[in-house]
Design a protein around this ligand. Sequence first.
Ligand code: ASP
Ligand code: MG
Length: 436
Amino acid sequence: MIKVLKFGGTSVGSAENMRKVANIIRREGSTLTVLSAMSGTTDALVKICALAKQGQQKGVPSIVEGLVQKYTTCIDGLLTGERRQAAMDRMNEVFERIHREAQQYGPGASDKVIQAQGELLTSFIFNQYLSEEGERSALLNAPEFMLSGADGKVDQAQLKAILGAQTQAPDTYYITQGFICTNDKGQLDNLGRGGSDYSAALMGVAIGADEVQIWTDIDGMHNNDPRYVEKTYPIRHMTFDDAAELAYFGAKILHPSTIQPCKEHGIPVRLKNTMDPEAPGTLITNEGDDSLFSAVAAKDNITVIRIHSLRMLMAYGFLRKVFEIFEEHRTSIDMITTSEVSVSLTIDNDEHLEAIVAELKKLGTIEIERDNSIICIVGDLDHQKAGLVWRISGSLNTIPVKMISYGASHRSMVMLIATENKIKALQDINHGLFNL
Ligand code: ASP
Ligand code: MG
């Protein structure tokens, strides 16, 4: 069985955890292991980029110092002799590169080089550790086969050809980096924050994996957000569509882009817990949970745009004009509700909001509201069933709901509320819908 196992930052966040990871890949028989950077690394590297951008290079050494300590402790906890020396040399090389890039900072390109170093160093150390343990392993350099085009998409044909050729030896643990790639200008680049899950999915497709496993520090996708709600439970089995929806609408365990390539190729995705490998976790396939209410997730930083226009009354083509404006500014819309004379839309990226509003003003009066959250409820929400809306809104009867969207799918209902009410909403839903 060909398996791709991806481990997140906490899973590789210390020497002790890396030992756990090594045990897991042995036990599972991982073909290709995709690693994130040790926890906290990418955040620190992003901070370095921000300092360099503001010309405050003076602040860089103290952040680097923190990382050097973390990595040195990890290396000392895992390696001895020559392998320890090799890892220390690699670490020094990495941090020199970071210093250099910060000194000669060029926006964009330097950011990408700096942010790639965490995955590069973490995977190097882990591979050394496997050799130290007497395992046959090989470190692969992801930027050689993760090649993205002008549209930012990874070239799947090249990935298949190059990675396929590099993973032919039998009984070898192949180790590589998530997150990073080479862009169409030949520069180091990345797939966006949290992108290692997506790397694993694409690599899984490329090598014809039978399963992609995403290992984190929680025992699978939960019915509700454990950060805000006391009693939650993992969902054993979930469909690709439900998982994609929950990931998109805020379930932090999985990067939302991960699901599509796996669904397309029918590759099961398993979410597992490095800290509790015996726990069953969540299996994502074409079959899922058949509870009436399966799970809820929430996504913050949502901005609502309301367009009010009498010109919409009995007119056609109005929505097209609205959508064109968003398309022009490459801004995707999450929710939409309409009445005869107004439209409400939500976006999660307000980078181009000003320009969008300037153009929308030609169509009608515009109202903007920030600091909202989308609550997404997933379940067997069949359109033929009576009382569903009542159950959901009943469980939220003390919270003002600003928008409701239901009917597009049989599986989900999305609602918009003020972010200040989010935690209470999730708790009330836990009571009202999950009887917890
Ligand atoms: N290290 C990267 C991040 O923190 C990618 C990842 O972990 O998926 O965003
Ligand atoms: Mg992640």
